[in-house]
Design a protein around this ligand. Sequence first.
Ligand code: ATP
Ligand code: MG
Length: 717
Amino acid sequence: MDVSHLIDDLNDAQRQAVTLDDGHCLVLAGAGSGKTRVLVHRIAWLIQVEHVSPMAVLAVTFTNKAANEMRGRVEELLQIPSSGLWIGTFHGICHRILRLHSAEANLNPTFQILDSDDQYRLVRRTIREMQLDEGEFPPRVVQGFINARKDDGVRPDHIEHNGNPLTMQMVEIYRTYQGACERSGLVDFAELMLRTVELLRDNPNRLRHYQDRFAHVMIDEFQDTNTLQYALVKLLAGGAKTRVFVVGDDDQSIYGWRGARVENVQHFVEDFKPEIVRLEQNYRSTRTILEAANRVIDHNDDRMGKNLWTQGEQGEPVRIFSAYNEDEEAEFVVGRIQDWLESGRNPSGVGVLYRSNAQSRLFEQALLRADIPYRVYGGLRFFERAEVRDALGYLRLVHNPMDDAAFERVVNVPARGIGERTVAGLRETARAEDLSLWDATRRQLAAGNLTGRARNALGAFVELIESLRAEAGETDLGGMMQKIIRRTDLIQHYLAREPADRAEARQENLDELVRAAESFDQSMEDEQAGLSMTASFLTQAALEAGEHQGEKWQDCVQLMTLHSAKGLEFPLVFLAGMEEGLFPHQKSVEEPGRLSEERRLAYVGMTRAMELLYLSYAESRRLHGQTMFGRPSRFVGELPPELIEDIRPQLNVSQARAPRDSGGGLPALGSRVRHAKFGAGTVLTVEGQGENARIQINFDDAGQKWLVAGYATLEPE
Ligand code: ATP
Ligand code: MG
C-alpha cells in the first residue's frame, strides 16, 4: 500500500510526530507550524498504516467548525468516509456520552441543553424565587460563579465557604438552580462536562469500556483545556492501552478568563511523560508578519519559549491605519477589501477580526453598502436570535413539556394574558410540590382555583401544546416547525410590536428555521443513540448555534472575534479597533496576568495572516453611548518600525462634512490657514463642532494632518 501521501508533505519533526509508534506525545509549537496538520495526518496514519480501527480514535478540537474541517481532511487523506471515528468538541463528545448513558448519569433521557442565555434566565429566576436582592447577587455574577465551580468539578457540597455568608448564599443559589435543572431535565454547558466526568469516575465498568475502546485520544489546542477537560483525559487514559497525543502552543492560551489552565501543558508533561516534539518552521505567514508577531509576544514573560522561522517571502510591511473615527475605520477596511477583490482574489480569503462582538455591526453595514458578501461568526448567531429561540422554545415544550426553561420562555409569548402573578403562582406550586411548571399548570387548572381570565388563558395554552404534541407523531420536523410558527401566531406578534423592517427580518429568520428543520440530517451517531429527529435538531441548535448561517455564502468575507479566529488562517487579515481600553481590554489593563493573555490574543490575531496584515485604530469612537478618545493599543507600539508602514487617512475615504455652526471660529473648507509649527495649508475636512472639532489640513510642507480645533492655534493666512 502506498502511504507516501500521508508523510511526503511533512518536515522531519512533523513526520516524527505523525509516525511515533509508542507512548504519549506532546507537540509544542508556535502558530502556523503545522500542529493541526500533524494531528490530522496522524489520525490517517493510524488508521491506514497501523490498522487502528476508526472506532478506537477520539479526536477533540475546539470548535464545531474545526471538528468538521478535521473530519473532512481525514476523509480526504483516507479517501473513505471516516465513520465510527469520534471527532468533536469536548462538549459535543460529552453530550454524546451522556445521551448513550443517560440513566447511569441520572438524567432524564430527553434532557435538553440549556444554553447560556437560558441559563442566565434560570439563574435570575432562582434568585428571585429565593427572594434575594438582585443587586447583591447579580445574575451574571452568580452564573459565572456556578460555571466556574462546575468547570473546576465542584458541587455545592464541596465548596469551602469558611462561614462567609455571601459565599454560603451563592452556594445555596447554585444548589437551588441545580435542583431546577434536574427537575426540568436541563443540562448547562459546564454540566455536560461535569456529569460525564462523574459518570466515568463513578462507573468503573463504563469507564473501562471507553478506556478499552479509545486506544488513541488526540487533542488540538491543548493549552486551552480546563480542569475538568484535563480530568476527563486522565480518566480515559487510565487504561494501560490508551495513548494520548496532544498539540498546543502556550503563546496561544486565550481562555484563561473562562477557566482554561495553561498549566495543563506542564501537568501533562509530568503526568504522562510524553515524547515532546517541537516544530519550528512556520508555513503560514510571510517573514514580515511572523517577525512582527514574534516581537509582540516577546513582551510576555513566563513563556515556554520557542523558535519559529519561515522560508517564506519577506512580504509586505504590516500596515497601520489611524482612522479619525470608527466609521472611517470601517470604510477604510472595506475599501481595502474592494481592492483585494478587484485584483481577482476571493472574499473568503479575508478575515476581519476584532476584540468584541459589538464591533461587527459597522463592518457589516459598510460591507452591505459595498455589496460584498460576508459572514459573522459569533455574535448574535442564527440560533440565538430571539424569534428563533421563541419558536424553538415551543418545539422544546412539545418535545418535553417538563422543560421549565422553555415553558417560561413561551408561556406568554405572544402575549395571551398570562401575567407575571399567574406565573409566580405556578412557580410556587411547582416548588412546593416538586413539579414541573407544566404539571403545576395542569394541577392548578384541575383544582379550579384560578381566576377566570388566567384559567382561560392557561387552558388555551395547554390545549395548544397538547394539540401540537398529538400531531408530532405524524408530522415531520419541518412540518412541525411550520405548524408551530403558524399556530402560535409568532409572526403577528412581532408585526404588532415592532417596526415593519424588524418584524420582517424576524419573519425571514423563522422561514429560515423551517428550512433548517426541513433539511436537517440526523447524524449516524445520534441515530444509533436512539435520538429522535427533534431531539437531535434541538441539540444541534443549542450546541452549534450559528454554524448553519451563511451556508449559502460559502465564498464570503469572514467577520469574527479574535477568540473565534483561533486555528484559522486567511491570506488577508484586518485587526480592527487596536485601541487601549478596547484591545487590550480595559479590564485587563490593571492585571498583569490578564494583560499577557490579551497579548497572546494579539499574537493569535496577527498569526492568522498569510500574506497581508492591517492593524487599524480609531482616534475617537462611540462606545456605550459615549465618545472616547483612545490611544493606539500598546501592541501597535510594540511593533518594530522597520516592519510597519503607517497609512494616514486619505481624502477619498474620509467624508468631508461642513460644520453646522461655523460661528465658533472654525475655518471653512478650502480656506487657507497657518499653523505655528506646520506652516501654511489648505483645510480639507472639518468634522464636529466647537473645541472638539477635528480639522484635516493639507500643509504645503508638512503634508496632511488632523488637528483638534481646541488645541491647534490656526490663523487665517
Ligand atoms: P495554529 O497554531 O494557528 O493552530 P498550526 O500549528 O495548527 O497553527 P496548521 O494550521 O496545521 O498550523 O498549518 C499552518 C499552515 O501551514 C497550513 O496551511 C498547513 O497546510 C501548512 N503546512 C503545515 N505543515 C506544512 C508542510 N510540511 N508543508 C507545507 N505546508 C504545511
Ligand atoms: Mg492549529
